[in-house]
Design a protein around this ligand. Structure first.
Ligand SMILES: Nc1ncnc2c1ncn2[C@@H]1O[C@H](COP(=O)(O)OP(=O)(O)OP(=O)(O)O)[C@@H](O)[C@H]1O
Ligand SMILES: [Mg+2]
Length: 465
């Protein structure tokens, strides 16, 4: 695992997110502290708990985006949950502990993927052999032992049908097999159709279990049954290329030691896990204290112990939450941070405010990030064989109009750029077939003209309202 320094983390985030220096700095420090902690003497280490972060700021300024980028950046188990999805314990819906279970699942996936890499070659060879078995069936007869279904399914019983004649042909069969292997390696047969047997992943027979309201519990029950019931297989016609992919997956699955994966994953989740709780402001129930709001404060109370440090049972075993890092975020424009129950506020000692984006920020967002909006549109048009460019004045104009629209109607942050760009590109997108092969430069005049309607509409809306 590669550990980035705070500066490097900020640098990486800078590639996608404009501004919001403080927020980037806080998350960077929090991450680095986990690394520092992991190197400390064990006795002291247990006492150092992560400093949870709460991010507040208007909508569409990068709160979720920071979390998303962070997740890709760090090789740590990471989940993003919406606080609004939870219901108080005892009610139908997701209980808050499911966020920890999700984290463990994420950790399992992460560790498994890593292990997959290391056994990939073996799985590839095994998959190739299975394809060859399909193409050139050997004399092995596969019989299913009735008891095998209950105990060790898939036991193969070799029945010795080989007579002399067949023995004579077996040598030439080996040769044929090797020839086919070469062809497979060359990839010349990828589109050939074959019929293979694949595991039927659907759970057999258990759908709705009456009396169980909790979704997580249902899934767990299905898991338990899923592992007891014999794996069903079904026949499937597919290309060799696809069969290769399926077989590689299945073979890799067999090669991986799941116990080891679980052990590594639970350790990773406990020590390095990050849970991002989005929309935390939406579970403050102060505005109106009737109806579902009553349980909102309940959700806050349920979250408390998890943030504080507790043990949550998961299907992979108990998980201690003491050292999981929590990052919460919310717009807090209707409710305030102080509307959260005090105990919860106290468990998020680091507070960062994200700022409203300026017109200049908009210009940067359009052009600078690695996945910048203008780049996206340029690439989309390239598919239609159109070379699209934007003049500097056009970019300024797009930013100016977006900023203005945010001021005059609802402020939706950088999301405004998306609606404005869609409008701007509408005509070009629609008429792309007629413009194929051309170079098109979008200048300020084009922008003004294309967005005329949008600006005008907003004016009218304001007038009517
Ligand atoms: N500072 C920024 N730099 C680059 N892109 C940004 C920035 N802020 C927002 N965006 C873009 O705007 C979109 C919305 O941002 P994001 O999802 O982070 O909003 P948010 O702050 O979580 O808002 P909400 O409170 O509504 O959830 C994203 O697609 C993101 O790419
Ligand atoms: Mg968000």
């Amino acid at each position: 695992m590669e550990y980035l320094t705070p500066k490097q983390i900020v640098q990486q985030l800078d590639r996608y997110i404009i501004g919001q220096k403080e927020a980037k700095k806080s998350v960077a420090i929090a991450l680095r502290n986990r690394y520092r902690r992991s190197l400390i003497d064990e006795k002291l280490r247990e006492d150092i708990t992560p400093k949870n972060i709460i991010m507040s700021g208007p909508t569409g300024v990068g709160k979720t985006e920071i979390a998303r980028r962070l997740a890709k950046l760090v090789e740590a188990p990471f989940v993003k949950v919406e606080a609004t999805k939870f219901t108080e314990v005892g009610y139908v819906g997701r209980d808050v502990e499911s966020m920890v279970r999700d984290l463990v699942e994420a950790a399992i996936r992460m560790v498994k993927n890593k292990k997959m890499e290391s056994i990939r070659e073996k799985a590839e060879i095994a998959a190739e052999n299975r394809i060859l078995d399909v193409l050139l069936p050997t004399k092995k007869r596969k019989q299913t032992n009735p008891l095998g279904i209950l105990f060790q399914s898939d036991e193969e019983i070799d029945t010795d049908y080989a007579n002399e004649e067949e023995e004579a042909t077996s040598l030439s069969m080996v040769n044929t097999r090797e020839k086919f292997r070469q062809r497979l390696k060359l990839g010349t047969m990828e589109d050939t159709l074959i019929e293979i047997e694949v595991e039927d992943s659907k759970y057999s027979g258990i759908g709705f279990v009456p009396g169980i309201g909790n979704e997580d519990m249902l899934i767990q029950i299905q898991d338990v049954f899923g592992s007891i019931m014999p794996r069903k297989t079904k026949k499937k016609k597919t290309t060799i290329g696809e069969a290769r992919r399926i077989f590689e997956q299945e073979e890799a699955q067999k090669l991986i030691d799941m116990d080891e994966v679980i052990e590594d994953a639970t350790e990773a989740a406990e020590q390095h896990g990050i849970i991002f709780i989005d929309e935390i402001d939406k579970i403050t129930g102060r505005e109106m204290s009737s109806g579902p709001d009553v349980s909102r404060e309940g959700v806050q109370r349920d979250i408390l112990p998890i943030v504080e440090g507790t043990t949550v049972m998961t299907k992979y075993g108990p998980i201690k939450t003491d050292h999981i890092l929590f990052i919460a975020a919310g717009a807090f424009h209707v409710s305030k941070m102080s509307d959260l129950i005090p105990e919860l506020q106290g468990r998020f000692p680091i507070r960062v405010q994200l700022h409203n984006l300026t017109q200049e920020n908009f210009e940067q967002i359009l052009t600078q990030p690695e996945n910048a909006l203008l780049k996206q549109h340029r690439e989309l048009m390239k598919v239609e064989n159109i070379r699209l460019e934007f003049s500097q004045e056009a970019i300024t104009e797009i930013a100016r109009i977006s900023y203005m629209l945010n001021q005059s109607s609802e402020n939706i942050g950088a999301r405004r750029l998306y609606t404005v760009m869609e409008k701007l590109m509408e005509d070009l997108s629609f008429n792309a077939e007629d413009l194929s092969g051309q170079d098109i430069l979008i200048d300020a005049k084009y922008v003004k003209n294309a967005l005329k309607e949008l600006v005008y509409q907003e004016d009218i809306n304001k007038f009517i309202l």
